[in-house]
Design a protein around this ligand. Structure first.
Ligand SMILES: NC(=O)c1ccc[n+]([C@@H]2O[C@H](COP(=O)([O-])OP(=O)(O)OC[C@H]3O[C@@H](n4cnc5c(N)ncnc54)[C@H](O)[C@@H]3O)[C@@H](O)[C@H]2O)c1
Length: 360
């Protein structure tokens, strides 16, 4: 089992393994006892897939289990209230511990409940999707959506520890697996050339979800995120790097409705950002070609016809006037992301025409 230590005021350990076999060891190392008042929060899908394991866990520890309906549409105040009610009805106190077992939605919402219940109780994160294992389980962002605005309510609150078991990925639907892949390519491009080459050379094993491949990827992405959040926990500068591809990705998500997943939109947004990087930061054109090659291997999209430019611009720029420049994360080279590069609307449209909408 490999470990990472995330530093900072409330630093924590991230265990990364292929199974949950050492979870009890991790609990014991962190002084969690079987008599502690533990509350496991998950969603209905994860619960039904893993109920035998959860049952065994419940027998070994003094644990109560609560699950809510899965999906982004349930990342809301009603679900937070459900968790508060469950905690209150079961007499949770300041020494109680929440275990979040699930994807980014469970982690964000259970983490928020932990951050606010009695002004903060411990929570342990056991991420079960690719995206949560390579990204959302660390960094301390917790929260929920309100009025369809993503993560508008939230806080920064670190987990007590994180336990990544890549075996969970085996049961993940293809759609969510691909979502994770989009974010992984992002990590490679902004900070890790070796990871980019690894993805290209090992794509077959990655698509087979081989444990050693997913372990390697999780460890490297989490290491990158750890380095970034240690320097900029509250997201005032460097952490912005993690938004690479997300500005245009968000616009595509808005115009494509439910046709594309979040990860696919980010992947397309990355391609547009690479074209912008060529014209603004002189990025070598080969990077774009290599990324297209990698996308084809991983099954990520390379084309999308952007036709509703008004809605697209509204999505990425709704709080600015028409002639304002938008700040982008761009690349100087693979592994060398740069934040706060000002880009005009015309430059974005041209980059779209030269990349994802070319020939469409
Ligand atoms: N806190 C952060 O820093 C951060 C970073 C990135 C994204 N996020 C948030 O993460 C969320 C997306 O996370 P996600 O992609 O994990 O989505 P998710 O939590 O909705 O999980 C996706 C689906 O997979 C199911 N699932 C979970 N684990 C499974 C498994 N092992 N096998 C089969 N099915 C499983 C879930 O029930 C759900 O239906 C968004 O709300 C986003 O805002 C947070």
């Amino acid at each position: 089992m490999k470990e990472l230590e995330v530093g900072g005021v409330n630093g924590y350990r991230v265990y990364i393994d292929s199974t949950t076999d050492r979870l009890y060891q991790a609990l014991s190392e962190n002084k969690v006892k079987h008599t502690d008042n533990i509350f496991l929060v998950t969603d209905d899908k994860v619960y039904s897939l893993y109920k035998n394991g959860i049952k065994k866990f419940k027998e070994d520890f003094n644990m109560k289990v609560c699950y809510f309906k899965n999906g982004e549409s349930n990342k809301n105040i009603n679900t937070v209230q459900e968790i508060y009610t469950f905690l209150i009805e079961n007499n949770a106190n300041r020494d109680s511990i929440i275990i979040a077992l699930g994807g980014g939605v469970v982690g964000d919402i259970a983490g928020f409940a932990a951050a606010t219940y009695m002004r903060g109780i411990k929570y342990i994160n056991i991420p079960t999707t690719l995206l949560s294992q390579v990204d959302s389980s660390i960094g301390g962002k917790v929260g929920y959506n309100e009025n369809s605005i993503k993560n508008i309510i939230g806080s920064f609150y670190n987990p007590y520890f994180v336990y990544v078991s890549t075996n969970f990925i085996k049961t993940l639907d293809e759609k969510y697996f691909v979502d994770g892949l989009g974010e992984i390519v992002k990590y490679a491009l902004i900070k890790d050339k070796a990871l980019f080459n690894y993805l290209s050379e090992n794509y077959k094993g990655i698509l087979e979800r081989e444990n050693d491949k997913i372990l390697h990827i999780a460890r490297n992405c989490l290491k990158i995120k750890k380095d970034i959040v240690e320097q900029d926990f509250e997201d005032t500068g460097l952490r912005n790097l993690l938004n690479f591809g997300h500005t245009v990705g968000h616009g595509i998500e808005m115009i494509s409705g439910k046709e594309l997943t979040h990860g696919q939109c980010v992947a397309l947004g990355i391609l547009v950002s690479l074209k912008l990087s060529e014209s603004i930061l002189n990025l070598d054109k080969q990077v774009y070609e290599k990324t297209i090659e990698l996308y084809k291997k991983l099954g990520l999209p390379v084309k999308y016809k952007v036709d509703n430019y008004n809605l697209f611009m509204y999505a990425i720029n709704h709080d600015k006037k028409n002639n304002d420049k938008i700040r982008f994360v761009l690349l100087q080279d693979i592994g060398e992301g740069k934040i706060k590069i000002e880009v005009s609307k015309e430059q974005i449209f041209e980059a779209i025409r030269q990349s994802i909408s070319k020939g469409e």
